[in-house]
Design a protein around this ligand. Structure first.
Ligand SMILES: [Zn+2]
Length: 473
């Protein structure tokens, strides 16, 4: 009998890793990093519960580190099978994993230099050579193309709409002449959102594994373009600079697209946009090279793209970045990191926050303890690079740009499931969010649900699942 073990993203939102076993064969769906509190992060260092050399293949859903961040370490520990992902995920994963390796090296060096570690010396989870070794095992697989993995598993990707290249995985397990279908949602995107395509509706399957990041929440129904137009116009009327911290992959491209929309639609005159993040530049190029994978092409937005015009400038070197310091508004500086936890955005904050004409526009989730959270909570002075920086600039929050479906959108995504699965496993959510979505799926669809605990295993019965589910009203 097939067995499914939830090694990560069980009652938490990070560390996605699911192990599917049958006929002595093993398939891993995602191998993400645990992020957030220390107790979780320590799990990244624990030896895996399986022998990586005995895993036949990995199936990755998308490029966020909480889904791929443990892949190089597993390769270092002996994994040698193919690593499947979509072509855009392959390209984005390479820049994100190399960046993660670089940051870990810097962190380890810092801890060693300051004597802040019990381990001597402190080591990174993986290094650039481990990333290169992992990338050599990658086998890009387009959406919709079936792929055999030995004689036990096969799978195909479906568009998950969450990020460029993000996919759900529909896995078929063959055992003793019988088939069991297990569908892994990956991270499910929103409907009618910016740049990213709508998620493909969920299929019928014997078992569904469904994310629940916002399983107990509803995103605000505010127009993002209206909010952005308001902030831009107000800042520019003061002669200020709009500073946008944005995650380099995904959020930065959405922001470029939104600003282009405002100009293309004639709502604003063109204005200078400075993209100051080497990783955002690389990621934007990857977005532009897969025009069919997004709702709109970043190469040809509205027929007169800012990207092709003189208004958008990309800055790769530190000298180019520093040359922006004396610049007066109106202008936009887009830089990372998104939570102001590091990167060039810090230096722009130091220059721009003390002046009341400027605005800092937060575009994503800000974790507790980050500089971004402190600024959103109204700090009047912050510490940056060991100096006190007074905050006179306006601080605003752009609402509704989440890459994850909310509870209602998850139910809409599930409405295409007609045959009741044997079970819906609700994962990738804090306990309250996962329980709330599980309860709602049970109430509205009548499906059996489970919220797996960390490392919990389930035997999967083969063959046809139950009868037709109740119709969705
Ligand atoms: Zn994600």
């Amino acid at each position: 009998m097939a067995r499914l073990t939830f090694l990560g993203a069980a009652q938490t939102v990070t560390g996605s890793q699911y192990l599917l076993e049958a006929n002595g064969r093993r398939l891993l769906v995602d191998s993400g990093m645990f992020q957030g509190e220390k107790a979780l992060r320590l799990r990244n260092w624990a030896d895996p519960e399986f022998d990586p050399a005995k895993v036949d293949a990995m199936v990755l859903t998308h490029t966020h580190l909480d889904h791929i961040g443990r892949v190089p370490r597993l390769v270092k520990q002996g994994f040698r099978g193919p690593i499947y992902c979509t072509p855009p995920t392959r390209d984005l994963a390479e820049i994100l994993l190399l960046d993660a390796a670089h940051l870990q090296k810097e962190d380890a060096e810092y801890l060693n230099r300051k004597g802040l570690t019990k381990h001597s010396p402190a080591l990174p989870l993986f290094d650039e050579a481990d990333v290169q070794a992992a990338m050599e095992l990658v086998r890009p697989l387009p959406l919709g193309r079936p792929q055999e993995v030995g004689d036990t598993f096969s799978f195909a990707y479906r568009d998950a709409g969450h990020l460029l290249g993000a996919a759900s995985a529909e896995v078929t397990v063959r055992e003793n002449g019988r088939e069991t279908r297990v569908f892994f949602s990956g991270d499910v995107g929103r409907f009618d959102t910016v740049l990213t395509r709508d998620p493909e509706p969920a299929p019928d399957a014997d078992y569904l594994v469904v994310e629940s990041t916002y399983g107990n929440r509803t995103h605000p129904a505010l127009s993002i373009l209206d909010q952005l137009e308001g902030v831009l116009k107000k800042t520019f009327a003061r002669g200020g600079v709009l500073l946008i911290p944005a995650f380099a992959v995904g959020r930065a491209q959405q922001m470029i697209y939104l600003m282009d929309q405002l100009v293309t639609a004639g709502r604003m005159r063109a204005f200078p946009i400075h993209v100051d993040s080497p990783m955002a530049i690389d990621a934007t190029r990857i977005y532009a090279s897969y025009p069919e994978a997004s709702k709109a092409s970043l190469n040809n937005i509205g027929g007169r793209s800012l990207l092709h015009g003189k208004w958008i400038q990309f800055h790769r070197t530190r000298a180019e970045s520093e040359a922006l310091n004396p610049m007066k508004g109106p202008a936009v500086i887009l830089s990372s990191s998104g939570m102001l936890s590091g990167g060039r955005i810090l230096h722009h904050c130091r220059v721009r926050l003390p002046h009341a004409e400027n605005t800092l526009l937060i575009t994503g989730y800000q974790a507790v303890g980050t500089l971004g959270r402190a600024l959103l909570d109204g700090a009047t002075s912050v510490r940056i690079h060991k100096g006190d920086v007074p905050v006179l600039a306006e601080v605003r929050d752009l609402k509704g740009l989440s890459g994850h479906a909310d509870a209602g959108e998850m139910m809409r995504w599930l409405s295409s499931v007609h045959r009741a699965p044997r079970a819906v496993f609700v994962t990738h959510g804090e306990p309250e969010a996962a329980e709330a979505l599980a309860a709602r799926i049970g109430r509205e669809r009548g499906f059996a649900t489970r919220v797996p605990g960390p490392d919990e295993s389930f035997d999967l019965a083969p063959g046809e699942a139950g009868g037709p589910g109740p119709e969705v009203l």
